[in-house]
Design a protein around this ligand. Structure first.
Ligand code: PRP
Ligand code: URA
Length: 208
């Protein structure tokens, strides 16, 4: 069974509460998404591989490390976009590959509308970024695409997850670890996470 890690970090808990608050305006909301994403990425990348690297400080030789794997950040459009910036600052060499999916409001099934991946994979490890893991359909479909592209190591980073979405993703992709800022109670009758934070895309882009 896939590992699922719900953050217990006090900074994340504090910021999630502000994200949920319906009085939080889009500007602040985007800021919080960026900050929570960076904190989550710190937790999710503790096992990245490094190789040895020697440098010379002003005082002499120092044994060090450098990241070994090529990292791909894969935001699911459009709500995942807001998660890129904070993580990219931590790993500026990462490639960013966008996947466009929206959830059909009637069927709740993901519909793909953007994918410009080249034929051959160019990354060793992918971090899939989407704030909301609701039914899990969008996350599972994106990971299908990345596996077909040839990516061997994939991690999913989300802000809120519903138990239904976690179960679905674990069943479809048992090899993909899931990192969440918080696990919520359930999905409501229209597939929204409760208590959740509402529509993550609308709240970031001011389109609600
Ligand atoms: C939201 C969210 C996920 C998806 C989650 O996107 O950002 O991509 O729904 O739902 P699921 O787990 O049931 O698939 P949405 O379809 O609203 O598109 P948007 O990001 O363009 O607003
Ligand atoms: N997408 C969102 O933006 N919010 C939810 O609660 C579920 C799907």
């Amino acid at each position: 069974m896939t590992s699922m890690k719900e953050s217990t970090h006090p900074l994340i808990k504090h910021k999630i509460t502000l994200l949920r608050d319906k009085e939080t305006e889009p500007k602040k909301f985007r800021e919080l998404v960026r900050e929570v994403s960076a904190l989550l990425a710190y937790e999710a990348t503790e096992d990245l591989q490094v190789s040895s690297k020697t440098v010379f400080s002003p005082m002499g030789e120092a044994d060090g490390s450098e990241l070994k794997e090529t990292i791909g950040l894969v935001p699911i459009l459009r709500a995942g976009l807001g998660m890129v910036e904070g993580i990219w600052e931590l790993m500026p060499e990462a490639q960013v590959w966008h996947i466009g999916l929206y959830r059909d409001e009637e069927t709740l099934q993901p519909v793909q509308y953007y994918n410009k991946l080249p034929n051959e994979t160019t990354v060793g490890v992918c971090l899939v970024l989407d704030p909301m893991l609701a039914t899990g359909g969008s996350a599972a479909a994106t990971i299908d695409i990345l596996k077909k592209w040839g990516v061997k190591k994939i991690k999913y980073l989300g802000i809120l997850g519903a138990p239904e979405g976690i179960k679905h993703l674990q069943e479809k992709h048992p090899d993909v670890p899931i990192y969440l800022a918080a696990v919520d109670e359930r999905l409501n009758e229209i597939g929204y996470i409760v208590p959740g934070l509402g529509d993550a895309g609308d709240r970031q882009f001011g389109t609600g």
